[in-house]
Write a protein that binds this ligand. Sequence first.
Ligand code: PMP
Ligand code: GLN
Length: 380
Amino acid sequence: LRTKLPAVGTTVFTRMSALAAEHKAVNLGQGFPDFGCDPKLQEMVGEAMRAGHNQYPMMSGVPALREAIAAKIDALYGHSYDAAAEITVTAGATQAVMTAILCCVHAGDEVIVIEPAYDCYLPAIELAGGVAVPVAMQVGADGYSVPWNQVAAAVTPRTRLVVINSPHNPTGSILREADLHALADIVRGTDMLILSDEVYEHVVFDGGRHESVSRHPDLAARAFVVSSFGKTYHVTGWKVGYVAAPAPLTSEFRKVHQYNVFTVNTPMQHGIAGYMHDPEPYLGLPAFYQRKRDLFRDGLEGSRFTLLPADGTYFQCVRYDAISPLPEAQFAEWLTTEIKVAAIPVSAFYSKPTESGIVRFCFAKKDETLALAVDRLARL
Ligand code: PMP
Ligand code: GLN
């Protein structure tokens, strides 16, 4: 078989979770909560099943859910998407990203990807026949930032799409208003599109605000904005997300969507639609995760790890040069097998070998899980 994805193996998340299980390590690698979701949400999904919502929903998603999503975006970011023509429910953000890329990237088109980058962007670009053009984030004492002058320099007449992600996995950095203005300057007057991965939109700390692309009309007019209920409601296994995009983009998106999934499971959509009427669960998320972030950071304060800023997401990046000279992948393996705490090497998020001496820990864990991990890590 002539492989279509020669560089792709099993994802670092799967590998590190397997290694963690094999060595009975505390798994702070793969990003998922080790605690349950709200029983009320489970109950609402059960109710939807009992009410008979078990057959195919509309291709674009259950109308009540699309309306709830549009209302939320309007309330938080002041952009009113038409629920019928501009919101599509997807099987998680991963499918939204894949479908968005497949529907607009032609063979030979260039796609600017800011690295480190979440791992599903590059294979999607490759499958579409596109060419990924990586631009590396800068990392200093005050954390990671996007060098917009380098993004501007990467633009060519073939640039079709720019992929951004804020709050950012794996770095925990967030884009600020000035970042979006810089991006707007770059795309103005071009036909470039934007794919904005905002799955951690509700996980921004220290009173910061999430700078959704949908806040910025000139960007929103050319953007696929992607989010996921997995992160927001602690249900990563449900795989329900969505994409918001102007009608002409949504129309192209749905052409692909109807053939690569057609629809997303019905009872979850009904359950989430009902649950979304209460904004408290997502409005309370920053405080919920900030407490866990601080618990984890305080635990590592005074250890030989250097903590990078963590402005959003449920990830904490750390430097470990005072502990080990190992490359990131080997250090993460050593941590998992010997210290019994799994982490993810940030090098896994680059298309070319890149060593920064930084690994990522996930703090979406029970307090006792974090305490156990901290106990092991702080001794190093
Ligand atoms: N984008 C980012 C930045 C993510 O971290 C994740 C999942 N961790 C996804 C997309 C995929 O989300 P989903 O599980 O809803 O497919
Ligand atoms: N997005 C999660 C992470 O970054 C993992 C999702 C996956 O395993 N693909 O850890």
